[in-house]
Design a protein around this ligand. Sequence first.
Ligand SMILES: O=C(O)c1ccccc1NCC(=O)[C@H](O)[C@H](O)COP(=O)(O)O
Length: 262
Amino acid sequence: MGFGTEPDDCPVMQEGLEPSKKTLSMSEPAMTCPYPQVKICGLTRPHEAARCAGLGADAIGLVFFPQSPRNVTPEQAGAVVAALPESVAAVGVFVEAGFSFIMSRVERCGLSMVQLHGRESPRLAARLTAEGVGVIKALFVGGRPGLTAVQVFDADAYLVECARGPLPGGNAMAWDWGAARDFGAHHPLVLAGGLSPDNVGDAIRAGLPAAVDVSSGVEASPGRKDTDKVARLIAAVHGSARHYAARTLQPVFRPKGGALHA
Ligand SMILES: O=C(O)c1ccccc1NCC(=O)[C@H](O)[C@H](O)COP(=O)(O)O
């Protein structure tokens, strides 16, 4: 696909690596969230990203995947990131890209996190983490890598969605979000797939995630966000706090300005 070219960039799953130790524990930072964080993915325009941030989005996703209708150039992505406040995370979404390609986008565009949305290796995730880049690993119910791959991927958070649709992500495919609930009780879960302002409350009640990720459900057209839908979605998420009465939620997104915020 024309991505990484170095031997170390090989984007296939590797065996025999140390299992991830990343689970929720009392040793995590004391900051808490009353409701799940929100990532709005697939932004292509600076003014729409700024509006999403103003409405309360905690993270913005930029897709670096040429086959996606939401694909951005480094110039477009840099302009979107520049429009964000320091408190918001700038997440680059990659599909089986190599280390050098990813790091070039991180540095050039000012990304604070990367989302690995294909069959990348645990070693790639570890190398990015060692560079100080936040990592979100996508895992797939009914696809590969599945939820058990959490044991070999050390990541800040795990985005879980189903594996249906023509693209690796951004397919607007709803699924049984409750199937991720047990996973989210033990790992930082970003729930995704087919979420919209109308169903996100049900999805949160079912899956109890630390964050939700939405693309198609808040779009006017692919790559263009409808900020009225974004406002309704965020209001619904903020109305879900009652479901977390017995849970402590910690932030999962690293703001582009550096410090974690509650
Ligand atoms: O959105 C894309 O076009 C995309 C393409 C290739 C890999 C990942 C992609 N999106 C990743 C996301 O984080 C989406 O927000 C996630 O898959 C949920 O999408 P949707 O069901 O449309 O809300």
